[in-house]
Design a protein around this ligand. Structure first.
Ligand SMILES: Cc1ncc(COP(=O)(O)O)c(C=O)c1O
Length: 452
C-alpha cells in the first residue's frame, strides 16, 4: 500500500470528453458567430433593450440540452437559490414569465387556504399608468382594480393618493416599480399595515433597484420578476415570484403546479418527502388518495424549464455589472438631455431610491413646439428605438375599457403619460459610441427646429 493517501480521480468518460469538446466549440462559435457587429452611426439600429450575454450563457444552455432533463430540475433549483441569496428572500418560485408571476401572486391571495382570502368584488389599489398584465390578474380573479394617478417624472403610483383610494373593500395594493424606478415602499408598507392590506410588488422592471438600502421586491408579501430579454437578466421567457412567508409559498407553488397540493420534487422517495404520499382523503372514497393528484388550488402549469434556468445562472453572476452599465448609460443620457428640460420632462426619482434603470423615460411638455410623435418619428428614422410607456392609461386600452373598476382620484398625470411619455434604451448593449450618437440625434432634432 502506498504511503501517499492522495486518491486519483477516475479518468474522464468518453461522454465527458465529448461534452468538453462541444462546449469548447460553442465558445469558439460564440466568438465567430455572435461577436463583432460594428456600430455604424445612422445605420445600426439602437434597440431599447435586448439580450446581453457571452459564451457562458450559450455553453450553459447547450450543457442543459446535452443533459436533456428539459423540465424543472437541478438548474432551476440552482437559479432559484442564486436569486434567493442575492435578494435575501426565503423563496424564489421560478415561472415561465413575469405575467405568470403576477397571475400567481394575485391568485395566491385569493386562496381558500388563507384565513382571509381576497373575495370576488374586493378592491386592489394599483396605478392606471401600468403594464397590462399587472391589471389582468386582478380582473381574472374577479377583483376590482382601483386606479390611482401617477407622477410625471417618476411614472410611479403617487403614494399621497393611497388614502383617497381606500374603501371598506380594499384588501391589497399591486404596485409596479415602473421602468426600474423604486416606489416609496416605506410609505406603501406603512399604509398597508395601518389598513391590514396585502402588498404585491411588481418588480418585473426593477431587479437590482434599491429603495432605502433594500432591494425592491423585498418589501411586499409577494413580489414578481420578469426575465424577458429586455430585462436586467434574461432566461428568454421567464420570471419568478419572491415570497418570505412559507404558507404563501406553498399556495403559490401549488397555483404554479396545476393546483396540486404535493410539493415533493422529482427525486423524492416513492412515499414522498412527507412520507404520506398515499395518505390523502377524498370524499366519497374509502381508500386514501395519491397526494400527487390531490388539488387544493385551481391552478395552472407555469413552470420554468432547465434550459431557461441554465441561461439565467450566469446572468445572476453578472447582475452587478449589468446594473452598473445601466446606471452609467442613464447618467450619460441625463447629462446630455438636461439642456432640453424646457421641452422634455426628465426622469425623477426619490432621494432614497437607487434605481437600476430599465429605460430612460421622457415626456414632451405640453408647451413644446413639437409633439411626441414628431420626436419619436425623428429618433426612429435615425435608428434610435423608442417605446411608449406601456399601456399609457390602461383604461384607454380596448381590452380594459369595459372592466369593472373604480377611479379613486382624477387620472390627470396618467393622461399626460398616455399623451406625451416615451422611453429610449439604457440597457448594457448600448455603449458609449451609441450614447454619443443618440445625443447627437437629439441635438440635431432641436437644432433643426431652432431650439438649441
Ligand atoms: C411592470 C411589468 N410587469 C409585468 C411584465 C410582464 O413580464 P413578461 O413579459 O415576462 O410576461 C412586464 C413586462 O415587461 C412589466 O414591465
Amino acid at each position: 500500500m502506498s504511503d501517499n493517501p492522495t486518491r486519483q480521480s477516475p479518468p474522464p468518460s468518453r461522454a465527458d470528453i465529448l461534452r468538453r469538446e462541444i462546449l469548447d466549440k460553442v465558445a469558439e462559435y460564440y466568438q465567430v458567430a455572435h461577436q463583432g457587429e460594428v456600430f455604424v452611426p445612422g445605420e445600426t439600429f439602437i434597440h431599447y433593450g435586448g439580450r446581453v450575454y457571452d459564451e457562458r450563457e450559450l455553453q450553459s444552455a447547450v450543457d442543459a440540452i446535452l443533459e436533456f432533463w428539459l423540465t424543472d430540475g437541478p438548474r432551476v433549483a440552482a437559479f432559484s437559490e442564486a436569486l434567493e441569496a442575492l435578494l435575501g428572500l426565503k423563496h424564489i418560485l421560478t415561472v415561465n414569465s413575469g405575467s405568470s408571476a403576477n397571475l400567481i401572486a394575485m391568485t395566491t391571495l385569493c386562496s381558500r387556504q388563507l384565513e382571509r382570502p381576497l373575495q370576488p368584488g374586493d378592491e386592489v389599489i394599483t396605478p392606471a399608468a401600468t403594464f397590462p398584465t399587472t391589471v389582468a390578474p386582478i380582473v381574472q380573479n374577479r377583483l376590482i382594480p382601483v386606479f390611482v394617478d401617477c407622477m410625471l417624472g417618476t411614472y410611479n403610483l403617487n403614494v399621497a393618493l393611497l388614502e383617497a383610494a381606500l374603501s371598506e373593500k380594499t384588501r391589497a395594493i399591486f404596485v409596479p416599480h415602473i421602468l426600474g424606478n423604486p416606489v416609496e415602499m416605506d410609505a406603501v408598507m406603512a399604509f398597508a399595515q395601518a389598513h391590514d392590506l396585502y402588498v404585491i410588488e411588481d418588480t418585473c422592471d426593477a431587479l437590482g433597484s434599491q429603495y432605502d438600502g433594500r432591494y425592491c421586491g423585498t418589501f411586499g408579501h409577494l413580489t414578481t420578476f420578469s426575465f424577458y430579454p429586455a430585462h436586467h437578466i434574461t432566461t428568454g421567457e421567464g420570471g419568478a415570484v419572491g415570497i418570505n412567508d412559507p404558507h404563501l409559498y406553498r399556495i403559490a407553488h401549488s397555483v404554479r403546479d396545476w393546483g396540486r397540493d404535493c410539493w415533493c420534487d422529482h427525486t423524492s422517495p416513492r412515499e414522498g418527502e412527507c412520507r404520506q404520499r398515499f395518505d390523502w382523503e377524498i370524499p366519497g372514497l374509502e381508500e386514501p388518495y395519491d397526494h400527487r393528484y390531490y388539488y387544493t388550488e385551481i391552478g395552472y402549469n407555469l413552470k420554468m424549464t432547465e434550459v431557461q434556468a441554465s441561461i439565467g445562472l450566469p446572468q445572476v453572476d453578472k447582475l452587478p455589472a449589468l446594473v452598473a452599465a445601466r446606471q452609467h448609460n442613464f447618467q450619460v443620457l441625463y447629462a446630455g438631455l438636461k439642456p432640453y428640460e424646457e421641452y422634455l420632462v426628465l426622469p425623477a426619482w426619490h432621494i432614497k431610491a437607487d434605481p437600476a434603470w430599465f429605460a430612460f423615460t421622457l415626456a414632451v411638455r405640453e408647451q413644446a413646439p413639437f409633439t411626441r410623435h414628431d420626436l419619436n418619428d425623428f429618433l426612429q428614422q435615425h435608428k434610435v428605438e423608442t417605446r411608449y410607456l406601456f399601456a399609457g392609461n390602461i383604461l384607454n386600452q380596448p381590452a380594459y375599457r369595459h372592466i369593472a373598476h373604480r377611479i379613486a382620484t382624477p387620472l390627470t398625470e396618467t393622461d399626460r403619460v398616455l399623451k406625451s411619455a416615451f422611453f429610449i434604451g439604457v440597457y448594457p448593449g448600448i455603449d458609449d459610441a451609441q450614447l454619443k450618437y443618440m445625443l447627437y440625434v437629439f441635438d440635431t432634432f432641436f437644432r433643426e427646429r431652432g431650439l438649441a
